[in-house]
Design a binder for this molecule. Structure first.
Ligand code: GDP
Ligand code: MG
Length: 314
């Protein structure tokens, strides 16, 4: 997906294209021919600029029929995919209509030797083009806002994905960092002020993705706002396995029973495998029978990875 360029307002598009066209001049020794050719070339320039600009906008927006599901869900939730499609359809209509008006005007001008007619016709065509562009002002404004929002949606790939969940401070970020080969990318997250972090790791020839979604799977569901609930729904389409981290030391600040309740809620909400692990085993190692790791020292991580890969490979 290409970066979406800044979307201009209708007025800006009109100004830019008319200003550019005003610099176009065509020479001819005969005055009326010079005026005629110049008027035609200017109209053609205006129509081309508008056509190119709007085409550029349309092609820079992602093809929502092909984006990863999670991206689609979030776009739909935050902006509305149909609304984007309709607005882009409006731009297509606009550039085609502008082209038609331009072509027709040029034809009429080319058949005339009357200076006054040529000048008036050019003015008329300019006026009609302006009004068509103004008709998509709302769409342009909408797309300009949509662009901002889309750029904040982390682009998550369609590859096997491990979602890391658990209460705050249990060690999620540290684990994501520990098991990612590169540095996890932190992307702005549209639902909370926290960043979502996305890391990758490789096993054999296959690439996997591990993500930490602070603010989403780290609290009881009943306390969720509507938008968070929908974001959690979007997560359902994303993850192939959830690693739920428990901090038995409770240094994280949350009692063990609350952590276990959240674990159960997540198991009930998601119908994908959930692996419950106890972190910070360098401080406290219980006899719970759950997998024990230390994201700090790396202890148990290898075992966890085996477990994750075993689950992903089914
Ligand atoms: N002793 C110890 N501390 C840990 C371990 N994992 C995380 N921590 C610490 O716990 C705190 C919270 O970790 P963080 O990864 O930010 O938790 P998150 O809020 O779940 O992402 C940090 O101070 C970490 O250094 C661990 O295995 N052992
Ligand atoms: Mg964190």
């Amino acid at each position: 997906m290409s970066k979406i360029p800044t979307v201009m307002t209708g007025e800006e598009i009109i100004d830019t294209s008319f200003r550019k066209a005003s610099k176009v001049n065509v020479e001819d020794k005969i005055r009326v021919f010079r005026l005629r050719k110049t008027a035609a070339a200017r109209i053609s320039s205006v129509a081309d600029t508008i056509d190119t600009t709007m085409r550029g906008y349309v092609s820079s927006f992602p093809n929502f029929d092909a984006v990863p599901r999670f991206y689609f869900e979030l776009s739909d939730l935050l902006i509305g995919v149909d609304k984007i499609k309709n607005a882009l359809g409006g731009l297509d209509w606009c550039r085609k209509t502008v082209k038609k008006i331009g072509d027709k005007g040029i034809k009429q001008i080319k058949g005339s030797r009357n200076e006054k007619f040529i000048e008036n016709k050019k003015k008329e065509v300019y006026g009609r083009i302006s009004s068509v562009v103004k008709q998509v002002s709302d769409e342009l404004l909408f797309l300009s806002n949509a662009r901002e929002k889309l750029q904040n949606i982390p682009f998550i790939e369609n590859i096997p994905t491990v979602v890391v969940a658990g209460y705050p401070n249990v060690g999620k970020s540290l684990l994501v960092r520990k098991i990612s080969s590169g540095k996890p990318k932190i992307a702005a997250y549209p639902f909370t002020t926290k960043g979502i972090s996305v890391g990758h790791f490789q096993a054999g020839y296959k690439k996997y993705q591990v993500i930490d979604t602070p603010g989403l799977l780290d609290r009881e569901f009943s306390k969720r706002s509507n938008i968070e609930k929908q974001a959690i729904t979007a997560l359902k389409h994303l993850g192939n396995v959830i690693v739920f981290i428990i901090d038995p030391t409770t240094h994280c600040g949350y009692p063990l029973d609350a952590q276990l309740r959240l674990l159960n809620a997540i198991k009930e909400t998601f119908n994908i495998p959930v692996i419950g692990v106890e972190n910070k085993c360098d401080i406290l190692s219980t006899d719970s029978g759950r997998l024990k790791i230390s994201a700090l020292t790396g202890k148990g991580i290898e075992k966890l990875m085996e477990n994750i890969l075993g689950t992903l490979r089914g």
